[in-house]
Design a protein around this ligand. Structure first.
Ligand code: NAD
Length: 233
């Protein structure tokens, strides 16, 4: 049986692809009030503004391309059982070739009904959505994105994957958004635990801090892990 790797990513893995992070000094939160665009109250107050915000984010994703970090994460699948757990709503892991990606905070290329009984997702690709676009039951369609005060998707499944992983690679997250941020603490059997970020921070317990750009550091870790496994084969 192959060793299992969990790669847990945040906005930083896509920063070099041209998608803004939230917390950098040039990041999204400097230009937007979070409560207006990332909270159910903002949606209630001004849904048009929220749709416009996510239409722009969707267009940013269309224009972006995966970077070396996304591609090397995808390459790991040739040698290990890999699960990518991402907080990102972009699709750059999939476009780089990763086949097992869990989106804890939703996906920008999908919308869902705001009617609570509806769980159906609609794949809209990169097109903008507008006020008045409704599901079959007549409810307004909203971005398939988890806002503050909403529960992340598939968190239980993510916890199980982390608990079973032999190696964990955490990339480009400030670990400020809970409960996703506590996932690295649930890794009990992993013997290689790497945390890649630009920040001078204390990594989660048991993790080795690698400070620098994801596009440089991820490929070097991946190369080492691939070399390790191919020596054993
Ligand atoms: P964050 O903005 O809070 O933190 C980003 C982290 O990445 C920082 O610690 C920063 O040092 C690091 N970083 C930035 N550029 C990097 C690089 N080139 N290489 C390595 N590290 C780099 O992001 P977060 O922790 O993911 O949390 C914010 C929330 O924002 C998430 O829940 C996510 O849903 C959402 N978000 C997603 C996207 C996206 O889909 N690409 C973009 C912005 C925000």
């Amino acid at each position: 049986m192959n060793e299992k790797i969990v790669v847990f990513t945040g906005a930083g893995v896509s920063a070099e692809s041209g998608i803004e992070t939230f917390r950098a000094s040039t990041g999204l939160w400097n230009n937007h009030n979070i409560m207006d665009v990332c909270h159910p109250s903002g949606w209630k107050k001004n849904p048009r503004k929220v749709l416009d915000f996510y239409n722009t984010r969707r267009e940013d994703v269309r224009k972006a391309a995966p970077n070396a970090a996304h591609f090397s994460i995808a390459e790991l699948e040739n040698f290990y059982d890999v699960v990518v757990i991402t907080q990102n709503i972009d699709n750059l892991h999939e476009r780089a070739g990763s086949s097992n990606v869990m989106h804890l905070h939703g996906e920008i290329t999908k919308v869902r009904s705001e009617g609570s009984s509806e769980s159906k997702l609609y794949d809209i690709g990169y097109r903008p959505t507008s006020l008045g676009e409704k599901c079959e039951s007549g409810f307004q369609l909203r971005p398939h994105v988890v806002w503050f005060d909403e529960m992340p998707l598939c968190i239980k499944e993510a916890e199980e994957h982390i608990g079973e992983a032999n190696k964990i690679l955490v990339v480009g997250t400030s670990l400020q958004v809970y409960p996703a941020a506590s996932l690295p603490n649930l890794s009990f059997i992993a013997h290689d635990k790497i945390f890649i970020t630009l920040d001078d921070v204390e990594p989660p317990h048991g993790f080795e801090l690698h400070k620098g750009l994801a596009s440089q550091l991820v490929p070097s870790i991946v190369d080492k892990w691939i070399e390790k496994i191919t020596r054993k084969l």
